[in-house]
Write a protein that binds this ligand. Structure first.
Ligand code: CTP
Length: 412
């Protein structure tokens, strides 16, 4: 870390959109977890949330222009000493000024002097985000190495909805932490220009309008994969089956319920993807008949007999019949081992059977892994390689998976 003890130094640039109130929460998340934060607002941001709020929450004085404390040359010092600059929310205006290298205020000066990673979390009305000018500016900033997150979709300031929402502050914080953790990496944005599809959660197969067959998948690993891919610069489609977690920042979330819906969503995105990671637990079977009304208990006390049909194996289908040459296909396997066959024996056979490029194997003997923030795994590849991943966070495992995907994608 550059100076300031061992506390990471973060510059939080806040700009003038209504979502700026959410940056107060982001600031708290940084300061409460031991970051040294300098807030640099634009003049427009101060129209929404005043300097005393930023000063109180960051514990530091706040300036928006370059004319304060000139003897300290703040327009150079703040940028040079930062470990990370996060501009959140980033308006269309600040994206334009940053793309063109304008330096009319302290924030844009800081952006020009920062030698550290820069993350923009844009928030604006859909028309402004989709305008060719904004899209060109975003492309310019990305080409120069900034991480510009895609805004979320949903309710905007008025009654309207669309793309342009500021993501959940905790999710912006998670991306920022991820970028800080990897700031020594040779290529921080090694998934930039790539489109990845991740499936997460567990599908439900309905018996009637209220009952279903399901499984214990929490979606945590798939969400960690999506979040980390976005922080490495990928365009991410997350097909989420029955997951109750906040949408990761910068990620397009497609909610599904059943295995058939999951299959449709994955197959419609796969032809334009560079990699598909099947972290979801699709139900292998579905009832052959779904009752349109709630099933009643039989008066004679007899139990119903369920007839099940097997669902298609989405991973095997994709791996054996790739919709795009060079598509990298990654599966997950939860194994317990059985008599005479170890977890790795079973997983090696599964990798060959499914035809995928990588298989991430978890040992789930005794109900381990489900819902836990940690994971321990071995990543098998189709050439016979084995990469053990020691017990650690699901994000750490996700990064190992992306490292392997990046290696398989090569420069193509
Ligand atoms: N998978 C899939 N479609 C299914 C079932 C599973 O794409 N209908 C994917 C999962 O997303 C995961 C991998 O396949 O990536 C898990 O393999 P699977 O064969 O389902 O594991 P098990 O159900 O444990 O298989 P088995 O009981 O045969 O060991």
């Amino acid at each position: 870390m550059s100076g300031g003890g061992d506390r990471p130094r973060v510059v939080l640039g806040v700009t003038g959109g209504i979502a700026v109130y959410k940056a107060c929460e982001l600031l708290r998340l940084f300061t409460e977890s031991g970051h040294d934060v300098t807030v640099v607002p634009t003049a427009a941001a101060l129209e929404f949330v005043g300097a005393p709020t930023w000063a109180a929450l960051s514990g530091k004085p706040v300036a928006a222009d370059v004319w304060h404390d000139v003897h300290e040359v703040p327009h150079v010092r703040i940028g040079r000493s930062a470990d990370l600059v996060v501009v959140a929310p980033a308006t269309a205006d600040v994206l334009a000024r940053a793309a063109h290298g304008l330096a009319g205020d302290l924030l844009t000066n800081t952006l020009l002097t920062a030698g550290c990673p820069i993350v923009f979390a844009p928030a604006m009305h859909t028309e402004m985000w989709e305008h060719a000018a904004t899209q060109d500016n975003v492309a310019t900033l990305r080409r120069r190495g900034a991480l510009v997150l895609e805004p979320a979709e949903g309710r905007l300031t008025g009654a309207d909805t669309g793309k342009g929402r500021f993501p959940d502050p905790a999710e912006v914080f998670a991306v920022a932490r991820d970028v800080l953790d990897r700031s020594g990496a040779a290529n921080l944005l090694d998934l930039s220009g790539r489109h990845v599809v991740v499936s997460a959660g567990g599908t439900r197969e309905f018996l009637d309008p209220v009952r279903f067959l399901g499984n214990r998948s929490s979606g945590l690993q798939g969400y960690a994969l999506a979040r980390t891919a976005a922080s490495r610069g990928a365009e991410v489609t997350l097909v989420a089956a029955n997951v109750s977690l906040p949408d990761p920042a910068g990620v397009k979330v497609v909610p599904v319920q059943t295995t058939a819906e999951l299959r449709d969503a994955v197959r419609s995105s796969a032809p334009v993807a560079d990699a598909v990671v099947m972290a979801a637990a699709p139900a292998d079977y579905r009832p052959t008949e779904v009752s349109g009304t709630k099933m009643k208990k039989a008066d004679d006390g007899s139990a119903p007999v369920l007839r099940l049909a097997q669902n298609p194996d989405i991973l095997a289908e994709l791996a054996h019949d790739r919709p795009r040459a060079g598509l990298v296909v990654v599966g997950f396997a939860a194994e317990t081992g059985e008599r005479g066959r170890s977890v790795l024996d079973l997983a090696t056979a599964k990798l060959a059977r499914k035809g995928c490029d990588l298989l991430v194997v978890n040992d789930v003997s005794g109900g381990r892994v489900f819902g836990s923030p940690d994971n321990e795994a071995v990543v098998l590849d189709s050439a016979g390689g084995r990469t053990p991943v020691p017990r650690g966070t699901k994000s750490a495992l996700a990064h190992v998976v992306w490292d392997r995907v990046v290696a398989l994608l090569g420069d193509g």
